[in-house]
Design a protein around this ligand. Structure first.
Ligand code: FAD
Length: 532
């Protein structure tokens, strides 16, 4: 059963080993163990609903609570500490395009704000109902989860947009095909959510971001149905499917999507390597990315993330032996771990592995082809459960991300991490912050930052701390020319920074498109950008 508070299902836990707890205490201090608000107390906060009756709409309080928030840190404080104070006034479960159209007409008639709900894994406030203004209806696409068409000739598959990652791959892989889109939230996030937030899967080097995988789709909008052409490529003016990508539900509800698929790979391997420090490691992965080796993934952790990964592994003895071995080979305290993936046919993988090994050695690196890579792949969808355990121990954990050109990446990273590390210095509150580079391109890479700090007895203060840290980091991101989001989207949390990236005319163009398609403003009001 999906948790109401925290990440994932309630049957899965990821315990933090005792030595790791000591490590965290040594870095950020003794945590304050606090009680979470009970689910019953949250359900009691859900007010009665004023939504006009509709056969597809449930006004059940637990249903409304379940759809009230996503997974941003703000959402966590709201749901776990009991600050949640806005709820959808109802939840609808459409099963067809006609149902969706019907709900849009109903929303138009009663000026109801619609918030489509995929897997609820948004980390930037996409799903928060506005505090004032119109009534809000959450439209959960979970019933639209079927493989609708498999075109083996074209290597294309059409799915209902509410299909989750595991359901999608299960339906596809039984026919010998794979989409290969694996964001860390894969267990719950959905195809529709991926497209409208422009998400990126962990093996993006091989499979690509969601954009190139998205062939066409169907969207129900307040101005009518919109189907994009199903052609391999086109030069017939601007590509309208790009208005669905990143639209964050401001234009309509995506009901189905046709995706580019591949044959299941012949084989797949995940290995690791170490570099003496981050600068050398980045230089190595830049060259590897620019050599365009057919890898599926490159993920370079900085020294803090490398150390934290060791600490959290729970394999104290093994880690000590590994560290001694790494020290002997010149990989000391500044060591950085690289995890890389090979996905495809045997001969191509072998060639790529050989070329990568040359590049690693040319940068004083060391290959470790056992255990670490396999552990990473084994736990890749389990690690988000750590956030639950850490929260219960008294720590708030958040992540943020950007992408920077290679020539700005090192400097940008230092500034972003510095801003977070020193963000609460005036309150003597230390922060554990670390990063990795992944999703590499020939001209740059994405930077993913994780930070952890102690929860406060006053949840408002936990939230105030997050705002300061997130704000300080975001300012450094834009000051260094990074994008405010490489993969999570804009939602509420990144909205203030969007005009800097798009410019005045760019904002105006986007506002005009939204106003044209949604003249009464019924689609996910207040997210992405302001149109009022
Ligand atoms: C633990 C964790 C790990 C994550 N890892 C990654 C990662 O590796 N890569 C990455 O890119 N992101 C990641 N994310 C962020 C998140 O998973 C993505 O943004 C994802 O694309 C959201 O999909 P969803 O189905 O959960 O959408 P939701 O969270 O339900 O919704 C997100 C937005 O999309 C809209 N929406 C959803 N479905 C539709 C639809 N059918 N039509 C119109 N609008 C719709 C919603 O209204 C909302 O505005 C992670 C999040 C978590 C919690």
């Amino acid at each position: 059963m999906k948790r109401i508070q925290g990440w994932g299902n309630s049957e899965t836990d990821y315990p933090v080993p005792e030595p790791a707890q000591q490590y965290l205490e040594s870095v950020v201090g003794k945590p304050r163990q606090l009680k979470n608000a009970s689910v019953d107390s949250l359900i009691k906060k859900v007010p009665s609903s004023d939504l006009p009756k509709h056969p597809l709409v449930s006004t059940d309080a637990e249903d409304r609570l379940r759809h009230a928030r996503g997974q941003s840190l703000n959402d966590w404080v709201d749901m776990q500490d009991g600050l949640v104070n806005t709820f959808p006034d109802g939840v609808a479960y459409p099963a067809s395009d006609e149902d969706v159209r019907d709900l849009i007409v109903y929303a138009g008639q009663h000026r109801i704000n619609l918030i489509p709900y995929g897997g609820g894994s948004s980390v930037v406030g996409h799903l928060t109902p506005p505090g004032d203004g119109p009534l809000t209806l959450s439209v959960d696409l979970c019933k639209m989860n079927k493989l609708l068409n498999l075109n083996e000739e074209n290597h294309e598959a059409t799915f209902g947009a509410g299909v989750s990652g595991p359901d999608l791959e299960a339906q596809l892989q039984q026919h010998g095909y794979i989409l290969g889109h694996f964001p860390q939230s894969w267990e719950y996030s959905t195809l529709g959510g991926w497209i409208v937030t422009r998400s990126v899967g962990q093996q993006s080097i091989h499979y690509g971001r969601i954009e190139p995988l998205f062939v066409t789709g169907h969207m129900e909008t307040p101005s009518g149905p919109l189907t994009f052409p199903r052609v391999p490529k086109s030069a017939a003016g601007p590509n309208l499917k790009h208005i669905a990508l990143g639209s964050e539900a401001r234009l309509g509800i995506l009901t189905e999507a046709t995706m580019r698929i591949r044959r299941l790979p012949e084989e797949e391997h995940f290995y690791s390597a170490f570099f003496p420090n981050f600068e050398i490691g980045v230089e190595a992965i830049r060259k590897i990315a620019q050599a365009e080796l057919p890898l599926s993934m490159l993920r370079l952790s900085d020294p803090f993330e490398t150390e934290t990964t060791f600490q959290l592994s729970g394999e104290e003895k093994l880690v000590n032996i590994a560290k001694k071995g790494l020290n002997l080979f010149g990989q000391g305290d500044e060591r950085c771990m690289l995890v890389y993936g090979l996905t495809g046919n045997r001969s191509e993988n072998r060639l790529a592995d050989r070329e990568l090994a040359h590049a690693v050695r040319a940068h004083d690196g060391m290959l470790v082809k056992f255990y670490l890579g396999q552990e990473w792949i084994k736990k890749r969808f389990l690690t988000p459960y750590l956030r639950n355990t850490l929260w219960d121990l008294g720590y708030a954990l958040d992540t943020l991300e950007t992408a920077l050109p290679w020539d700005k990446l090192q400097e940008g990273r230092k500034a972003i991490l510095g801003a977070i590390r020193n963000g609460l210095k005036d309150e003597n509150e230390p922060i554990l912050v670390f990063s990795h580079v992944s999703h590499v391109y020939t001209n740059g890479g994405s930077m993913y930052v994780t930070y952890l700090y102690r929860r406060s007895t006053d949840p408002e203060q936990t939230l105030a701390h997050w705002r300061r840290l997130k704000g300080a980091a975001s300012q450094q991101i834009v000051a260094h020319g990074g994008t405010i989001s490489h993969q999570h989207g804009v939602g509420l949390d990144h909205k203030p920074y969007l005009p800097l990236e798009k410019g005045a005319l760019g904002m105006q163009i986007m506002q005009n498109i939204i106003r044209d398609v949604d003249p009464h403003g019924i689609m996910n009001r207040g997210k992405l950008l302001d149109t009022d």
